[in-house]
Design a protein around this ligand. Sequence first.
Ligand SMILES: NC(=O)c1cc2c(N)ncc(C(N)=O)c2s1
Length: 318
Amino acid sequence: MALDSVEKQLKELYNLLNQYNYEYHVLDNPSVPDAEYDRLMRELVKLEEEHPELISPDSPTQRVGGEALTAFEKVRHETQMLSLANAFSEDDLRDFDRRIRQAIGEQFSYVCELKIDGLAVSLRYVDGLFVQGATRGDGTIGEDITANLKTIRSVPIRLKEPLSLEVRGEAYMPKKSFLTLNKVREENGEVLFANPRNAAAGSLRQLDPRIAASRNLDIFLYGMGDYGTAGVASHSAGLDLLEKLGLKVNKERRKYDSIEEVIEYIKKWTGNRPNLDYEIDGIVIKVDSIDQQEQLGTTARTPRWAIAYKFPAEEVVT
Ligand SMILES: NC(=O)c1cc2c(N)ncc(C(N)=O)c2s1
């Protein structure tokens, strides 16, 4: 077979398999049965074994790296990954709202999002290709965990548009994966993970990407390093752009014009957590307009335009 037709066939397999992977892991709506995906994957592995020199970083076979690392490199975040101030009551939320209104007047909207209980990470894409992923670390310096993040099936190897941007999100372990993992660890007499958050963090800190690949991790993206470069005027438009690019964004986000509606949203989710496939520890509330976020600014550690309402700690039944 002539080389150019092998390259053409490889590219077709890359596009097909990456699209099927996107439908399954990001949209949760596969268009082909698993058997068809597996058949194409076997065809790709065979073709790459015959032509190893043609293997591209776009190939889904490159998601799980070969060798374990000896250590994680340090990564400096171009824009600091801030923390969030906390709110623990409706009064705290009304105080937050009052401070915003005193600073920028009455015309603004909030975006509410589920606060995923996982590990904050940053993903950097250059011309659409996933090139580097890092932990939050201390907000300025994180650890390079690119190889481990690449094993998360819902992380696209290539965006649907050739954009260069840095996105932020939370890597997490679904509840079912956590229970299965601990069941196996118990059978093997290993120490159990206390909760899905620790299991996700422990999995992403594994130096061998094959271990991370076995842990069924997932991710929700919820922000960007610099909204300016993406040319969006609001946080909600930024999330819609991330979704359009093929990134997994949580669908429970809502936009409201008053703190009272935010409080109703919080009440709904306080009781609804058991119905989610993943753990959340609160609700994140952000002023939607990027201009208004910039007017409000940040403290040394946290934005003034956002707050995390934390659910009361659950009663541990002993
Ligand atoms: N530390 C932070 O800034 C955030 C942390 C989280 C989190 N754990 N889950 C969701 C969001 C979100 N949707 O914005 C944020 S933002």
